[in-house]
Design a protein around this ligand. Structure first.
Ligand code: NAP
Length: 245
């Protein structure tokens, strides 16, 4: 095989203004893809796209908005003629013990992760229909093992696994693969908000004895996006240094 893994591919990454999403956008681009970086914060999306350079586009979009997602996809198709890779990565946390968690914080987290990923999968599959593609949903180990203080987040991330498998079965015959990645503890602005004690306590449960870096999640996304994973669909790949195995 000659060339880079993703030469000629057109990719969309949601929540790509920082953290894991930005690392995914950078890695997809490094492997040859054109990349649209979607983020709630339009300024952050544009700055990140400019930093990546040629063939990178910053697009403002709220993943919970059906029209924002449709408009963003239309803008990318207008620019590049199609979409081959779509990564549903945008996320938020609103951690609290269940007895203290507000319904608003439950709805917000379910909305961004589950509704957002559902809208993303549906939009991506519609654009990819007829020529195929690869959709990757970012779940979490929290959706596999359940984390206290994260009843909203764990429920959303487990829901993303069901969404991944059901849509993978629907889309397989159209040449569209749908897979999920479950990161463990990764160093990003999201986990920088954890207390030092909570971070260290979680890190101590990891067989590899360290937190992961965003690039270590991005590498697995590149694999799933590429032809190296041509026979992989409905899979859930853990990227957690062995945590929760
Ligand atoms: P992050 O640093 O907080 O980045 C999340 C990004 O998503 C931000 O740029 C944020 O934009 C954007 N976003 C939030 N709500 C959005 C919305 N409604 N529409 C569009 N964009 C939105 O988080 P991260 O740690 O990189 O996490 C990325 C993904 O990995 C998330 O799905 C997260 O649940 C998952 N994950 C993370 C870890 C970890 O340890 N870090 C572990 C497992 C899974 P604004 O900041 O502008 O709001």
């Amino acid at each position: 095989m000659t060339g880079r893994l993703l030469d000629g591919r057109r990719a969309v990454v949601t929540g790509a203004g920082q953290g894991i999403g930005l690392a995914i956008a950078r890695e997809l681009h490094r492997h040859g893809a054109r990349v649209a970086l979607l983020d709630l914060d339009s300024e952050r999306a544009s700055v990140a796209a400019a930093e990546i350079g040629d063939d990178a586009l910053g697009v403002a979009a709220d993943v919970t908005s059906e029209s924002d997602i449709a408009d963003a996809a239309a803008a990318v198709v207008a620019e590049w003629g199609g979409i081959d890779i779509w990564v549903n990565n945008a996320g938020v946390t609103r951690d609290a013990a269940m007895r203290k968690m507000s319904v608003d914080d439950f709805d917000l987290v379910i909305g961004v992760h589950l509704r957002g990923s559902w809208l993303g999968v549906r939009q991506a599959a519609a654009v990819m229909y007829g020529h195929g593609g690869s959709i990757i949903n970012i779940s979490s180990m929290s959706g596999k093992i359940g984390n206290p203080g994260q009843t909203n987040y764990s429920a959303a991330k487990a829901g993303i696994v069901g969404l991944t498998k059901a849509s993978a079965k629907e889309q397989a015959r159209h040449g569209i693969r749908v897979n999920a990645v479950q990161p463990g503890l990764i160093r990003t602005p999201m986990t920088a908000a954890m207390s030092t004690e909570a971070f260290a306590a979680t890190e101590s449960t990891i067989p590899m004895q360290r937190a992961g870096e965003p690039e270590e999640v991005a590498g697995v996304v590149v694999f799933l996006a590429s032809e190296l994973a041509s026979y992989v669909t409905g899979a859930v790949i853990e990227v957690g240094g062995g945590r929760g195995m």
